[in-house]
Design a protein around this ligand. Sequence first.
Ligand SMILES: [Zn+2]
Length: 433
Amino acid sequence: MIIKKPKIELDSFNDTQNLDVKYGLNKEIKYCKKCLMSNQRPNMCPEHLHTIDTQKATIKFNDDYCDACKLTDNKKDVDWDKRDFELRKLLEKYRSKDGSYDVLVPGSGGKDSFYVAHKLKYEYGMHPLTCTFAPNIPTEWGKHNFYNWINAGFANYLFNCDNLIHRFITRLSIETLLHPFQPWILGQKNFPTKFAAKLKIPLIIYGENPAEYGNPNEKYYDDMLMEWFACDDLSKISIAGIPIRKLRYDYSLKENELDPYIPLTFDQFKKADLKCVAFSYFENWHPQKNYYYTVKNSDFKPSPERTLGTYSKYASIDDKIDDLHFYTTKVKFGIGRTHYDVAQEIRSGDLTTQEGKSLINKYDGEYPDRFLTEILQYLSINKDEFPQKYKFFEEPVINQDYFDDLCDSFRSPHIWKKTNLGWVPRKSINDES
Ligand SMILES: [Zn+2]
């Protein structure tokens, strides 16, 4: 089972009536009139079922507006005092009488997880335990903020997986799905639930519900969907887009090496009586406000430089692989990091649509050269470090040309065309009236 060098078929990008559409995306590209989000944006799905053949469900549009804008509009009618009452009632049910841990807050010590843990402890009188699935390649400022979280009065369990295995699986994931973040996402989803079950702390409180970004929200409850964190049949899951039995037999991965990426079963989830909720359901969630709160209550530091691919300095800044991750979402869906940030900030009222457009034009899809050398080294499976694993790759060491070819092989012809100037989107936000 050798991973071959990427191949790109340029013919499929020639202008024709029937351009190929990858990943089950919408053939007609459309942008929300208000927040500019694209209808190519995939919804959150159970990551452990994700393979290259997965047909993605995408954000719904009602005429010219996306579901996330609809949710923002609906929020105007929410009675927040009532929601706060609901939260207090929920916490009352789980609050420990003897001061033992009663709620688990997963996160990295970024502005959102800091905010949630701090509010739960100091405003709502809970006894939170925090837990973290370690980043792939931590940034210096991410490390500072992680310890800042602990220094603000929180115990934390930090899980580090075997880094050679994590690098190998991350390499498989970029080859099969162009998704360098997927192994980390799997770990970050599955570690807290398994850990909570083990410690018998049934309540887990996250920051945001993905519905904030427009996942299907016919009915928006406080509960996070169990399907995101658990599965009905362990033999059906895939990691890095590869079925688990193949990882065991073709790539010689052992049970303990696969364990960090494997979810609970539905039965285990129910038996542990886990309750996973998002704090964002209970208050008028505003990420910028969380940032100001965190700065005011601790020594939290934004990144010293603008985050590559966007204009901001304080959101999701703890992992160097983030740069690559958002570059790959631009390649696959035509949506880069600025585009995601702008859409959220327009909906929160922090930017106008026009300002958002200018920022997207300026920064979206920026080439991830900031940490590229270090990241490519991380993704390279060289003979010295991986005496058993390098043979699985036609070209075990990744250089920039290899990375660029790999990206190009994941471009969808309905989104991109190749011109003398390089790859150009067929329809940009500027084409909307
Ligand atoms: Zn919108």
